[in-house]
Design a protein around this ligand. Structure first.
Ligand code: GMT
Length: 383
């Protein structure tokens, strides 16, 4: 099959899933064409049957806001025609589903079908804003196929946009062979490597709590730091905050005020998170809501239990009480209590750790990718 994929190329769950999907499809022999304004960050190697088509965005003094959506539609249509694509799969409704709709109109409805995968904030935070509402609803309704990354998101989409359309839930996935606790390196070596070019250290007897995100307000990273302040009154621990985004400076200030500078490490953006997860005892994700929580799945795959939000789709991934605890993200004491319950009992930690890995195996790429291929065929055969 020749598949076009559009996603955001930057750090973020939707871009990560779209890229991993493309790579897995290419490994199976399909031909994949990425269409975006930048090369997806997880696309590192040359695969031979993966191509990247860069969207050129024209600047002109008249344009206060260059119309990327239009340039993207044109590039999509060009690739549909020149590469004879079988299907176009766009990730994140805005503006990708709208560009795909336009590209289909340009190239011809008999020429291409497009599938939109909804990821979360495109529905719950941005797409439902009044300035985008109508176009988001329209573009989802016009899609030849729609998938949602959780049942929660499917229902939220139906309710928010009053959409009466079949939308298929295909959960996000993880490569459990790649996301696995590295036992061979040993914790001491891993810590040494991690802090080779950074300030800080983690002693042998210290527990490690980790969070990875784009530091947007929805992630509520400040509550992790506040909870951590309570946690270290009872156990000896370090907090690793990985990623970058708008709330980083504010979080630094909070850590500073709470005098946690020597215990909270801001690690910045990291391409390979397996080494960090491999030395982690708990992963924290107390977001306002997560439609899925891909980073939590990656943590589970590395045998790290999760203390995360009870809101949204995370309960479909993390089983409360088995591979972590789900809490009210605004209840800092509940976050701290949940973490302390796990960290204070080595038996519970070890039990949850092995449950976490077992849980992640259910979301392995080998189980989920075939669902996408089956869905492509279903949409193509719909007539
Ligand atoms: O979390 C973000 O703000 C980024 C966003 C994205 O598009 O990268 O994440 C959303 O999509 C991910 C991949 O499907 C999901 O795992 C995240 O749960 C979802 N984020 C939210 O719902 C807040």
């Amino acid at each position: 099959m020749k598949i076009g994929i559009t996603c955001y190329p930057t750090f973020g769950g939707s871009g990560a899933i779209a890229t991993e999907l493309g790579i897995e499809l290419a490994k199976m022999g399909h031909c994949v064409h990425f269409i975006s304004y930048g090369q997806p960050f997880r696309l590192k190697k040359d695969y031979g049957n993966i191509f990247f088509h860069e969207v050129e965005v024209m600047a002109y003094p008249l344009f206060r806001y260059p119309p990327y959506t239009l340039s993207l539609s044109v590039k999509m249509s060009e690739v549909i025609d020149s590469e004879n694509l079988d299907i176009l799969h766009v990730h994140y409704a805005m503006p990708h589903a709208t560009s795909a709709y336009l590209a289909q109109k340009i190239s011809g409805e008999d020429k291409i079908k497009y599938i939109t995968t909804l990821h979360g904030t495109d529905i719950t935070l941005i797409g439902n804003h009044h300035s985008f509402f109508k176009i988001t609803k329209f573009s989802i309704e016009q899609s030849n196929g729609v998938t949602c990354v959780s049942e929660y998101l499917r229902q939220a989409t139906e309710e928010t946009f009053n959409i009466n359309k079949d939308m298929k839930v295909i959960y996000n996935f993880v490569d459990t062979k790649k996301y696995v606790r590295c036992p061979d390196m040993g914790r001491e070596m891993a810590v040494k490597k991690l802090f080779e070019n950074r300030q800080g250290n983690i002693a042998k007897d210290e527990l490690v709590i980790t969070h990875i995100s784009n530091f947007r307000p929805v992630k509520k990273v400040q509550n992790i730091i506040k909870a951590f302040c309570k946690i270290i009154k009872h156990v000896n621990a370090k907090l690793l905050l990985v990623g970058d985004g708008p709330d980083v400076s504010w979080c630094r200030t909070i850590a500073d005020k709470l005098k946690l500078n020597d215990r909270v490490y801001f690690m910045g953006l990291m391409e390979d998170i397996v080494p960090v997860l491999s030395i982690s005892d708990i992963y924290m994700l107390p977001s306002k809501s997560e439609s899925f929580g891909l980073s939590a799945l990656e943590a589970l795959s590395c045998s790290v239990p999760v203390v995360g939000t009870k809101n949204g789709g995370l309960p479909e991934v993390v089983q409360d009480g088995l591979c972590g605890y789900l809490i009210d993200p605004d209840d800092v004491s509940a976050i701290a209590d949940a973490a302390l319950r796990i960290l204070s009992s080595s038996a519970l930690l070890s039990n949850m750790s092995s449950n976490s890995r077992k849980r992640a195996l259910l979301f392995d790429s080998n189980k989920i990718i075939p669902q996408y291929i089956a869905y492509y065929n279903e949409v193509l055969n719909k007539g």
